[in-house]
Design a protein around this ligand. Sequence first.
Ligand code: WT7
Length: 658
Amino acid sequence: MVDEDITIESRLAEQEYFSPPEEFVEQANMADPAVYDRFDEFPEGFEEYAEMLDWDEQWDEVLDDSNPPFYEWFVGGKLNASHNCIDRHLDERKNQTALLWEGEDGEQRNVSYQDLYREVNAMAAALRSMGVEEDDVVTIHLPMVPALPITMLACARIGAPHSVVFAGFSASALANRVDSADSDHVVTIDGYYRRGDFLDHIEKADEAMAAVDGDPEVLAWTRHDEPQVDVSDDYTMVADLLDDHHGETVEPVSRDAEDPLFLMYTSGTTGEPKGCQHRTGGYLAYATGTSKYVEDIKPEDTYWCMADIGWITGHSYIVYGPLALGTTTVMYEGTPDYPHKGRTWDIAEKYDVDIFHTSPTAVRQFMKWGEEELEGYDFDFRHMTTVGEPIQPEAWLWYYKHIGGEDAAIVDTWWQTENGGHLITNLPAIQDMKPGSAGRPAPGIEPAILDDEGNEIGAEAGEAGNLAITRPWPGMLQTVYGNDERFIAEYWERFSDTDSDDSEDWVYEAGDAAVKGTDGYYRILGRLDDVMNVAGHRLGTMELESAVAEVDDVAEAAVAARDDAEKGEVPDVYVTVREGVEESEAVRERIVGAVEDGIGKFARPANVLFVDDLPKTRSGKIMRRLLEDISNDDELGNTSTLADPSVPEEIRDQLRAD
Ligand code: WT7
């Protein structure tokens, strides 16, 4: 159901437009409005992106849509992603920096395209020597160090799909993903720096390996020359393998356009994360094309996306898109406030960053720290991006003024793990910017706002509805790994005629609420399903609830999203305890611990609230929306379907009394 609050929010004051600076427009990769007409030649328009790549074999057909929603892109084409991101640049720029890495401890590494070529080849040979074959899924649990993109590209080189698990995920979340992907190889590291501490990462691998069903081989990188923590003899040290395979070259495996390049697990509405499976040709074409037109990346730029490669943003817009375009992509290991709150600007100045890409959460944090923290740093961004959450107009304006100096082009980019690349965003040299609005659809993308019955809501109505995409695009996921039924159920069933084999009857449901303005700009309002967005990290409430349910003291638990000025949303956990259990601090700590162990520290609940009863419908379904109203001190929504309509008020009274 489209929430009433969302409709109210969608009527917020209209914002004024800001034109992109003229100097920006003059140099932009794409400033010709005719690009939209070209991409409206569907599906041939998308060949413009595919043509940015090197293909071993040209495709015969752009799109095979005969078996929706199992679309095939650039059918018959063959290519290798590692070749496209490395080898093809060597003639022109082998000595140019590909990865510009800064450790949190101040260490720096400039990995040139030639260095990357050598390191990826050696790692590819190492992986093969460990028995990794084409189509084997390799799970990578690495933080923001060069080893991460090197391992990804080595996998791509030998045609082994990678499944990168964000380093902040716990051992149990890692084990779950290793099992789900039937992965026989896991790549980890001894540790990394976080706010000055060296975090032992091997502990997580040890614990995860004790929990997995199979018996995967573990390969361990080291952050320094020597391991800083104890590494089990069962693990193979990557350094030893690289010594053995130093100087070897591995011919990039020619992959079918439709062969999977990687899996990326993401949270959905059930407890089990879904492995979004991305294809090689369509994904790489889409990530590269949008990096060129939306991010305006040129080979001579220094480009910095502050995301973590462990999430999809980092895959598409730190690794694959930027490297396919032959640019210099910056990676930073640590947090922006260590050792001081000017660290981000220090890096921007030192490397003369041209393009800066971050999240609204980071912008709100910078804003909270104040513009004083920017004083004394000399940097000049030409282009800036936000991604991951709605950005409030005031945060946008602060970003524009204080970080962009009122002379940078800004794009707010809406997309999802499932999408491969930006779907709604302006092309910065063509449309004006509008604070708080993601803007127009990207070339070739056809969104629609649907009411709950699937009827389109016109822009004139100005009403919020379900955001849907009505035509396929090359960056879209192929399926949920090993589970085609879930793929259909999660994304297609609701608004499609699933009996039809006409692709026009198939509509992708994004799970977000949005409103379309008469100017054609879309404002994204937030998730409609039981998925919350914590500092740009997607978390399923069910996933959190199943972690909490592991605690014996808990009878029942429900998680609600509380609005947070900085992180966007944070999880509140409502629990009823079992008979005879005291509602104590110790129980609270066990619950927090269970979330940290089950998912990771980044998912830590903001509050654990003990209640006598949870609001449920007569059929026993927990009404999380009402808990959300309570968490946010909003007026209570409709309580008439509750088995006991007095429960929410009682919870409120109880919490106020505490
Ligand atoms: C969800 C997807 C791939 C981007 C990183 C997050 C929210 C994403 C925006 C935006 C408003 C946004 C949506 C979406 N979201 N970008 N520009 N404005 N909301 O990827 O973890 O798959 O999360 O993030 O709610 O559904 P993700």
